[in-house]
Each structure stands twice: as C-alpha cells, then as structure tokens.
Design a protein around this ligand. Sequence first.
Ligand SMILES: [Zn+2]
Length: 440
Amino acid sequence: MPADSTPILIHGGTVLVQSQSSPGPCELHAGWDVLVTGGRSAYVGPRDTSRIPEGCEIVDASETIVMPGFVNAHTHVAMSLFRGYGQDLRLREWLETRIWPAEARMTREDVYWGAMLACAEMIRAGVTTFCDMYFFMDAVAEAASETGLRAALSQGMMGMTAEDRRRTWRASTDLFDAWHGAADGRIRVMLGPHAPYTCPPAFLEEVGRESARIGAPVHIHLAETRKEVEDCLGMYGKSPVQIAVDSGLAGVRLLAVHCVHVTEDDITLLTSSRAAVVHCPASNMNLACGIAPVSRMVSRGVTVGLGTDGAASGSTHDMFASMRIGTLAQKHREMDPTVVPADNALWMATRGGALSMGLEDVGTIAVGMRADLICVDTLGSHFQPAHDIPACLVHCAAPGDVKMVIVDGRILKRGDELLSLDEEDVLRKTRQIAAHLIPR
Ligand SMILES: [Zn+2]
C-alpha cells in the first residue's frame, strides 16, 4: 500500500526530539505539532494554523509523548510460534531438543502466520521498524508489506556444505530481487550470514564481496557465547569480530548482533570499521550468555541499537522491556548507576537501531524524516506523576500505553484498534499452527 496521501496533524503532544547522530540528552517540547505529509514529517514545532493543509486529519496528542517509533533491530519474527517453548534449558539442549526439530517442521505458511503474530504484537507495542533474519523470508516480507511495518530483512545464510551454500545463495538472491525497495521502499533486504560457527571465513568473504557489489548491509550474529569465541580462536586464530571484519563484511555496513564477549581490541575494530552493534539483553540474559559491554562500546563511539531477538529466547517484542532490562543490566554489570542514562536507552531503541541497518531517514522526529511515530499515554497510575519523562518511558511505560502508531504516514493503530490486520484471525491461525508444530 502506498504511503497514505491524507495529511495528518498530530496536535498538542509533548514531542521528543533527539540527536540524529549519537546518543545524548533528548529535548521535550510540550504543546508542539507534527504535520505528516507524503509519508514524512513536514513540520515539527509550535502550533501554526497557517501550516494546516485542507482535508488534514487531526490527531489529538495531548497528554501523550509523541516520539519516534521503536526500531527492533534484531529478531526472528516467525519464532513467535515458539513463545515459552523450552524455557529454562541450556542453549545447546534448547536448540537440539526443542527449536531445531520444530523448525524442521515449519512450512512457508507457518512462517507467514508467525510473522503476522509478531507484527500484531509489535504494532501494539509501538515498534515501527524491525530487522529480521530467518528462512522463508519472502513470507516475512509479505507480512511486513501487508501490515504496513518497515522492515530490513535477511535470509539466514548457512555456509558449511556446498549444498547449504547453493540453497542459501539462491534464497538470498531471490529475496533481494523480489523485495529490496518494495512496499514504497519500506522493505530493504540485507545479507544475513547466520554466524561464524555456521559460516566459515571463505564463505563470509564471498558474502563480503556480494555485499559490496549490490550495496547491501550485512546482518550477522557475532560473539554471542564464550564458546563461540573460544572455537573461533581455536579454529582460525581470530575472534568472531576479527573474522567478520577481515572477511570484508563491514564494507557497506555491518550490523553485528550480540557482541557479548568482545575484547578492547574487538571494540577498536568495531569502531574503526564503523560497524554497528545490536544488543538483545532479554535474550542474552535468558540464555545466560552474559551481558555485553554496551556502555563501553557506546563510549568508544560504536553505534548501538536494541533488539528483542526472537520470542523463543527474548519472550516478547516489547522494546520498553528491552530498554529497561538493557539499562538495568548495564548498571549492574558496571556497578555504576550513571551508565546508559534513560535518554541514551531511548536513542538506542529508535535512532541507534535505524542507523545500525543503514536507514538514515528513520528513527528521529525532524522535518524530512520518515513519519514513523508513536503517541505514548502518560496518564497511567504506573507512569504518574512522571517527574522525569525519559526515565518514565524507559523504566515505567508498557506496550498498553501506546495509543497511536504511524508508519510512513499511515496510521496502523488508533486507540486500542489495529487497522492493518485482523488480529482475531491471526490469533486463531497461529493457535492452530502451534498445535501442529509443537504437539502436546
Ligand atoms: Zn538472533
């Protein structure tokens, strides 16, 4: 569907304005208007009646914070079908006895409905962009296209055998050809080598060359567990970050997911190669992988975004929870309550994620930027008296507070109503699929 041509005036909210380049204090402007035309913000400032176009839809945003929609910078949306399945197991046992056998039974239709379930959840929770890696990714693209979300998608590529490499290149190329730039540019396609332990360096070098040739960023899991680092050092004499950078993955843009176990040298390499890191605190903590040195990476100039990871390990697509868990984990890790202040967590959950996937015109509210906006209600008893709005957004707010979701100038949620999908139908379908995928 094209960007909605009806202009929208989001009137009288408290507008949250952030830096376009790096985390830092945000500005809050009470009683401002945001005018949306042609899918972009056309005016951001105090009320000015001369700027209201004829036929404009006026949205009353009083008592809400008007902020950029969340960018969920790493997930596997179809894994929503596995929510709660295999909780409290060790990573290897979780994969081998639960996730991989269930994934082997998945069809393209299962992936589509799993993606639709996650899209419903994400729109409810104020997520306007997501970055995904999985298989049957054309089904995920279809779900994003239909529901109106913005998405950066990659086929999870495996490179251990010749057959893996053949299938994976074909699926990845087909996805790029069919979907890159589709849905009015809302859908972008990246290259998604799964991880160094499923993609040896020679294969990653091929990916690096293709990335440069087609100008697509690379999305990869890196340094998630201590074992992965030990194995890479043992097999190749290099850390996962070194392998990725030496293979040429950072030529266009490298989105390195996790980076839990990185050294100071790795951080230097991430900085010098202008790679971005996506932090998935709920997933990392649930699987007991460790806590990434996020505050150190940010202070060294690495762009960091936030992700939920798939719901099988991250449980939900709730970016409020990702901000809160991520922030608390950093304070605990560093034994320092001043690290990752609320403004920085908000930046990582919005602009940081957008930049990590190369979306330069997404993730902040400013004239000319894509109109991906949400209105967050501040009147709940869990939010009041709201002495510090950024702190309350990070530590008190919940998905139910999101009252309006706009992507590319189109309203996807108004009040409690989802406008771009039939949620009852999605829930009915996914319950049927879950029963067949995971028999009780
Ligand atoms: Zn993942």
